[in-house]
Ligand binder design. Structure first.
Ligand code: TPP
Length: 281
């Protein structure tokens, strides 16, 4: 390995307050591997920016040495879009929990899919509000009990994959919180010109630990001959797992299509693409 390849260091000196063995460590390691590989193949650290919301997931902001913003609860998408509009040259990675993206930030998540701005959104879906100690979110299964829901959750969970497909997302994927899967899906997403929605199944080992069993039910969309350009097939695959049933869980890219990105509609941003010198004042 050339000497300069060893120099990329994205870890910070912040002490981790994630629970020991939390799958968030795998997400962090996967993102780190992805960014390091990108830097080793020619990009600079300054070519990346990250945005995180509020929750356990958001601590990734403290543990990854990238520029960006730790924003308000549920407000990751507008901040990512703002960064992209301010500097279309940077690669923006957004990180939310399922509470952040599907409860407090649901409207922003839907519009992010619709706008198709060229940034990538990673959802750490542990099916609970973990930082506030385990209350149900829009993806918690029916029957789940904890202190605030002693009678069990009554409402059906949403299906984020179907929701994103319906909202117009041009790249929709799901993986498990595994270093290789995260690294792989981000490498696929960065090649995609447009908004990329990536749901990561990230079982909370304290408040939703039975989701660890999902690991035994995963199967790869790529290896099963799935046609990711077909909306019909994507919808069918999205229906297979609804957080309530015991079906096998498809992982990989459900859907990918190219369509104009938000930034294409603004000539001013094209000039910015050429650097600040491209701007007429
Ligand atoms: C507007 C707002 N509402 C509620 C809270 C309280 N709060 C802080 S963290 C959190 C839970 C976050 O859950 P999630 O986004 O799923 O992330 P996790 O902790 O599970 O990673 C909540 C509700 C807040 N900080 N701001």
């Amino acid at each position: 390995m050339p000497e300069d390849k060893k120099k990329v260091n994205l870890f910070t000196s912040k002490k981790s307050t994630w629970c020991p063995m939390c799958p968030n460590f795998h997400i962090l390691a996967g993102v780190k591997k992805f960014v390091e590989d990108e830097i080793n193949s020619g990009k600079k650290k300054e070519d990346f920016a990250m945005v995180a919301g509020i929750g356990c997931h958001a601590k990734i902001f403290d543990y990854l040495d990238l520029q960006g913003l730790n924003t308000l609860h549920g407000r990751v998408p507008p901040v990512c879009m703002g960064l992209k509009i301010g500097n279309p040259n940077i690669n923006v990675l957004g990180f939310s929990g399922d509470g952040d993206a599907y409860a407090e930030g649901m409207e922003h998540t839907i519009h992010a899919a619709r706008y198709n701005s060229n940034w990538k959104y990673v959802i750490h879906n542990n099916q609970v509000f973990s930082l506030t100690i385990g209350q149900p979110t829009p993806t918690t299964e029916v029957g789940f009990k904890e202190k605030t829901t002693p009678l069990g959750v009554k409402m059906q969970p949403i299906n984020p994959i179907k929701l994103m497909l319906s909202a117009g997302a041009s790249f929709v994927a799901r993986v498990f919180a595994d270093v290789k899967q995260i690294d792989w899906v981000l490498k696929e997403a960065i090649k995609h010109r447009g908004f990329a929605f990536i749901e990561v199944l990230q079982p909370c080992i304290i408040f939703h630990e039975h989701a660890m069993k999902y690991k035994e039910r995963l199967y790869s969309l790529e290896e099963s001959g799935h046609d990711k350009t077909s909306m019909e097939q994507a919808m069918k695959k999205a229906d297979e797992f609804d957080y309530n049933n015991a079906n096998k869980i498809p992982i990989g890219v459900f859907y990918q299509v190219e369509r104009p990105i938000f930034e294409d509609g603004f000539p001013q941003l094209k000039n910015l693409k050429n650097g600040l010198k491209g701007i007429k004042r």
